[in-house]
Ligand binder design. Structure first.
Ligand SMILES: Nc1nc2c(ncn2[C@@H]2O[C@H](COP(=O)(O)OP(=O)(O)OP(=O)(O)O)[C@@H](O)[C@H]2O)c(=O)[nH]1
Ligand SMILES: [Mg+2]
Length: 368
């Protein structure tokens, strides 16, 4: 999951390490007193010899840049001192190229432009502090800057889904929307199982009265899981089906109503009007937008458009098992202001995971 993105993020770390190594190379030339300690200090950060050779030209440029340094920039003495104590000073120019590469990497991974910019701004800010920052190791600094920057965008709007279910008046009605074939019906079946594992009963209501075969498909899930299904004939009114689902749950003491809907484009006026009617008639407790992680930037755009057309409360990203880019997982919450609540990670009923921003960030950064 998200392997392509993991590689790209570790590329940023290497980039910064390289450009600060170049920095270290230049420091002893400026201050011979620092030279002996410097060799030890650089040991942690210097990689193989090719790397060092490759950055030496950069080092010259960096040193040249410093000759015109303003008062804000570290003096030669400060640099040498920092260097001698095994510390590194990260300057704006060290980050320029790595940040550019990071931006390209994020965009290539389908991270939305505004989200990539936000990540860059926050990485830049935490790595430079006011004008510069002294740190123990560059790797640690990169790690913590990326960690915080990613978490800030990924965790937007998070709430405790289970707690919300626990505290809400029953039945809790959840309606699922999204375009065709992204995994709405499968996610309903998975969520029904997820809820059952936590002690909540649920009934399925098939508001997809549009597509031929939809009743049979969801009936199969209901049978396998031993859940009740409320459905009407094809062509019926989706709001009426979900309404019946709510009445059934009230009468039978069922905790949660899971209302399916037909796949639709946000541009389809008829189908969007159906959603509005469901909203009016049923007044669901939550509307969850479902899309597939593999759709990348398209999924991000759709999340935004659905949220604009019919406010969503959260999202489920399916097919994360097949997604290498991770762009949708990183961008959807920031772009909509609504959290990703679950990831679909396969075709089995158990293949659903509560989306945990902290876990995701850690797995993105641990490079495994
Ligand atoms: N690999 C993988 N496949 C998934 C996942 N979720 C759903 N699928 C598959 O995606 C396909 C479409 O799933 P559905 O649940 O029918 O999608 P839908 O959104 O209800 O489709 P429509 O009702 O036609 O709009 C099925 O083959 C599912 O098995 C997932 O998390 N991972
Ligand atoms: Mg469906």
């Amino acid at each position: 999951m998200f392997d392509g993105l993991k590689d790209k993020l570790s590329g940023f770390r290497e980039d910064v390490e390289e450009s600060t190594e170049a920095e270290e190379e230049s420091a002893p030339d400026d201050e011979s007193a620092a030279e002996s300690d410097a060799t030890d200090a650089s040991a942690d950060n210097v990689g193989d010899e090719d790397d060092v050779a490759a950055v030496e030209t950069d080092a010259d440029e960096t040193a040249d840049g410093d000759s015109s340094s303003s008062d804000d920039e570290p003096s030669t003495f400060q640099r040498a001192k920092a260097f001698a104590t095994g510390r590194i000073i990260i300057e704006e120019e060290d980050l320029e190229e790595p940040l550019w590469n990071l931006e390209m990497a994020l965009l290539e991974s389908d991270v939305e432009m505004s989200v990539a910019e936000q990540i860059l701004d926050s990485v830049r800010e935490s790595m430079l502090g006011e004008s510069r920052k002294q740190v123990e190791t560059t790797g640690e600094l990169v790690e913590s800057a990326l960690h915080d920057a990613l978490l800030d965008v990924i965790a937007v709007g998070q709430f405790d889904f289970e707690q919300r279910i626990a505290e809400a008046d029953k039945p809790v009605t959840i309606v699922f929307t999204g375009v065709n074939g992204v995994g709405k019906t499968t996610s309903i079946a998975k969520l029904s199982e997820w809820l059952a594992d936590r002690g909540y009963s649920s009934v399925l209501a098939n508001g997809d009265t549009y597509r031929a075969g939809a009743n049979e498909q969801i009936q199969e899930h209901a049978d396998r899981l031993g859940r009740d299904l409320i459905s009407h004939d094809q062509g019926g009114d989706p709001a009426a089906v979900i309404y019946d689902g709510v009445e059934y749950a009230e009468a039978n003491d069922i905790d949660v109503v899971l209302g399916d809907t037909a796949g639709r484009l946000h541009t389809s006026d008829d189908l969007m009007a159906q959603l509005e009617k469901i909203d009016r008639v049923v007044d669901p407790d939550m509307t969850l937008f479902v899309d597939e992680a593999v759709a990348g930037q398209d999924a991000v755009n759709r999340a935004k458009e659905f949220n604009d057309a019919a406010a969503i409360d959260g999202a489920i990203l399916t097919k994360a098992d097949a997604d290498s880019s991770g762009g949708a997982a990183i961008s959807v919450a920031y772009v909509t202001g609504k959290p990703i609540l679950f990831l679909g990670t396969g075709q089995g009923y158990d293949d659903i995971t509560r989306f945990d921003p902290e876990d995701l960030v850690e797995s993105l950064l641990d490079g495994e």
